[in-house]
Design a protein around this ligand. Structure first.
Ligand SMILES: Cc1ncc(COP(=O)(O)O)c(C=O)c1O
Length: 390
């Protein structure tokens, strides 16, 4: 069957292909340490798991659910936004629970962009922004995040890329893969830019509670959310990646536009997942503290791996990854990633997956236990010794 022209514009998601290659090596008996993907290995809180299992036994659990999510979930999202970001959201009209925040990228783009409209995307950035824009025939303009500028967005460059057809400026703060966080001043300027140019500023915000002492929301600057939308997620902050619980927040008018798209795609989220998500959102601060204490220890071990590999990196990064520059003798991040995979049995993601500005970089995930990371260190040490002996 001939696929649509649209399909030819995108390739299979990098991880879908590469993880098959990793699995093939594992099937051949090779013990591969996977530091490629940001899928939390730690469990959700026991109360969250209990709520899911208990409520799944209830009689009405199997029915279709509201497209807007149950009111109790929207209430708890509103309370969570107040507690974490000091943002007031009307739970009836300004919040839309999502089946993971990734789907929100498509819904928002479909709700606001016509073919040919311009979207501004970070380079490097989360590949789904590009794929969605390609699938919808949008005019993609990348704005640069570069090592020279400490990976911070350059507002002058961004402004110069906004034309009459520009609809959305995507930001991701804290940023994946670089781990940088835009300061309050720059964030405020971005919000003002969107307002003055009458475009949408969308902040994709799934990493704000991971190794980040100062979680920020773009919704904290104005009470009128006409030009701002925020995506958020429980995947990383609550170890619920496979559960698919995300959310978006914005003006009631914009939420209604997005709902028009979303309600034609899915038929609501499984009710026990919504009830368990409520428990997750109500967790006390010690949940985040314990999670981050573990990630801090893991990050120190990743730094040790990177030191051995002679990569350079910042110790200030936020989120679930460490972003590192590869040694100069390697051609690019892909080469270095293949070297790690085939010579050392360690998989990390080449930076080029996230855009041309990432080509001399590699991304290491914190989603592996301290024991696994220590094993990686031992493995690299052994190989180094073998090479010295030869
Ligand atoms: C920057 C960014 N945005 C969005 C997502 C999607 O998260 P979710 O699991 O909520 O769909 C990810 C997942 O890796 C991500 O890295």
């Amino acid at each position: 069957m001939k696929p649509s022209n649209r399909i030819n514009k995108v390739s299979e998601y990098y991880f879908s292909k590469k993880l098959a290659e990793v699995k093939e090596l594992q099937d051949q008996g090779k013990n591969i340490i996977n530091l490629g993907i940001g899928s939390p290995d730690l469990p959700p809180h026991p109360n969250v798991l209990r709520e899911l299992s208990q409520t799944s036994l209830k009689e009405d659990s199997n029915k279709y659910q509201s497209y807007r999510g149950i009111p109790e979930l929207r209430d708890s999202i509103s309370q969570w936004y107040k507690k974490i970001y000091n943002v007031d959201l009307n739970s009836d009209s300004e919040i839309l629970p999502l089946i993971g925040s990734k789907e929100g990228i498509m819904h928002i783009s479909m709700a606001f962009c016509n073919p040919g409209d311009r979207v501004l995307l970070p380079n490097p950035g989360y590949p789904a922004y590009t794929s969605v824009a390609k699938l919808l025939n949008l005019d993609i303009q990348y704005y640069n995040l570069s090592e020279e500028n400490d990976w911070q967005p350059d507002l002058i460059e961004i402004e110069s890329l906004i034309n009459d057809k520009c609809k959305i400026l995507w930001i991701n703060n804290p940023h994946m893969p670089t781990g940088i966080s835009v300061g309050m001043d720059a964030l405020y300027q971005l919000v003002n830019l969107a307002k003055s140019k009458n475009i949408l500023l969308v902040n994709d915000n799934p990493y704000s509670l991971v190794l980040n002492k100062n979680p920020k929301s773009v919704l904290s600057f104005l009470s009128n959310y006409e030009n701002i939308i925020e995506l958020n997620s429980l995947s990383k902050s609550h170890n619920m990646a496979g559960w698919r619980v995300g959310m978006l927040a914005g003006s009631s008018e914009n939420v209604n536009h997005i709902l028009k798209v979303k309600s034609n795609f899915d038929s609501g989220m499984y009710k026990p997942i919504q009830l368990a998500a409520i428990k997750a959102l109500k967790l006390e601060d010690d949940w985040y503290q314990d999670l981050n204490a573990e990630y801090e220890k893991r990050r120190t071990l990743i730094w040790a791996i990177l030191d051995q590999l002679e990569c350079t990196y910042s110790k200030e990064s936020k989120g679930l990854f460490v972003w590192a520059k590869i040694p100069s003798e390697y051609k690019n991040g892909e080469d270095f990633s293949d070297h790690l995979l085939y010579q050392k049995g360690i998989f990390a993601t080449p930076g080029s997956v996230f855009g041309t500005n990432g080509k001399r970089f590699i991304r290491f995930s914190l989603c592996a236990s301290q024991d696994i990371l220590k094993e990686a260190i031992t493995r690299i040490n052994l190989l180094k010794k073998e090479i010295q002996c030869v």
